[in-house]
Design a protein around this ligand. Structure first.
Ligand code: UDP
Ligand code: MG
Length: 325
């Protein structure tokens, strides 16, 4: 039987850890023709998430967990889980049950029988989300798709199933700035998209503030395309050309009509405008240099404080469970 690894990043989710397991396990059992394991990743939670995971993993032989030394962010948590996964396919799921487990049988079928290497999901609606946030999210997807070669579907979730091939390719990308949604698309392979309606969180509240999302968006764009730099070049060429043309106009009008001293307002606004534009483009260059700095330092993406990933230990546990039965 093929093994499926369910990777679950968790940050301050003490109430969801058990609930997630209790909800998803029966669905996986129901599929029948696959084995499964759960890999919980505690992303430096400040509540009892870690204790809950330890408890669960001690009780259930197919649950393993990784616990970070501090909060490293969801991208790092997903990476750690994917690295630890041993399955023939890996599924990424949020622990808050916003990724409907009912889709799992369909995803597994598309993979095992349909021959798809990647089955990803997208929300067809954003109901229950603040309208302003939805609007920004839409603009973000439009922007990133216009600017970069990789096509990211609007509303695409991290919830996806990936065949071992795709997982290994994903793991070969060893950059620090990991914008997983883009990296998964970049990897390619035969993919299928499943749509679903937005589901509200089961318990707890989202840990994404508006600014966190803005940073995420900038990360996404800067780590996937250098087209903002190209824009700077084009814009510079355009203004230099117009300035040149305007210079002739100024010289000739001076020679032909003399110089009635005026134009203070236009000079000041032109100066301020170009001062602002230059700062923006310096900022853009800075974004890229900052990322080069981070890549060059090559620090690890996360630090593991404790884990239960010892395969021998898991086998031991499995045996115990069997003996008990
Ligand atoms: N998460 C994480 N680290 C973080 C923030 C979030 O591992 O720093 C996890 C969180 O526990 C959840 C998933 O990422 O399982 C999605 O987070 P959330 O529900 O807050 O985001 P939303 O669904 O609002 O996009
Ligand atoms: Mg959520």
């Amino acid at each position: 039987m093929k093994l499926i690894s369910i990777v679950v990043p968790c940050y301050n989710e003490e109430k969801s850890v058990e609930l997630f397991y209790a909800t998803v396990k029966p669905v996986l059992e129901g599929i029948g023709y696959i084995d499964y394991e759960f890999i919980y990743v505690n992303d430096g939670s400040k509540d009892l998430t870690e204790e809950k995971m330890r408890e669960l993993s001690n009780r259930e032989y197919n649950v393993r967990y990784i616990s970070f030394s501090r909060n490293f962010g969801k991208e790092a948590a997903m990476l750690a889980g994917i690295e630890a996964a041993r399955g023939d396919a890996v599924v990424l799921m949020d622990v808050d049950l916003q990724d409907p487990p009912e889709l799992l049988p369909q995803m597994v079928e598309d993979w095992e029988i349909g021959g798809y290497d990647v089955v990803y999901t997208r929300r067809s609606t954003r109901s229950g989300e603040p309208p302003l946030r939805s609007w920004f999210a839409k603009q973000f997807y439009k922007l990133i798709n216009v600017m970069s070669d990789v096509h990211i579907v609007d509303g695409a979730r991290d919830y996806r199933l990936m065949d071992r091939k795709a997982v290994d390719s994903f793991l070969r990308l060893n950059e620090r700035n990991r914008f997983a949604k883009g990296l998964f698309m970049w990897v390619g392979y035969k993919s299928k998209c499943i749509e679903f309606e937005n589901v509200e969180r089961a318990v707890g509240s989202t840990s994404w503030s508006f600014w966190k999302l803005v940073h995420y968006a900038i990360d996404g764009i800067v780590s996937f395309t250098i087209s903002p730099l190209r824009w700077a070049t084009y814009f510079g060429l355009f203004t230099a050309t117009s300035a040149f043309v305007y210079m002739f106009y100024v010289i000739f009008s001076k020679l032909l009509f003399g110089n009635p001293v005026s134009g203070y307002a236009s000079i000041v606004s032109i100066m301020l405008f170009f001062g602002g534009i230059q700062l923006i483009f310096l900022g853009i260059i800075g974004e890229y240099i900052g990322r080069i700095f981070i890549e060059v330092k090559a620090r690890p993406n996360y630090i593991i404080k404790e884990h239960s990933l010892n395969p021998a230990q898991s086998k031991e546990k499995a045996r115990k469970v069997l003996v008990k039965r």
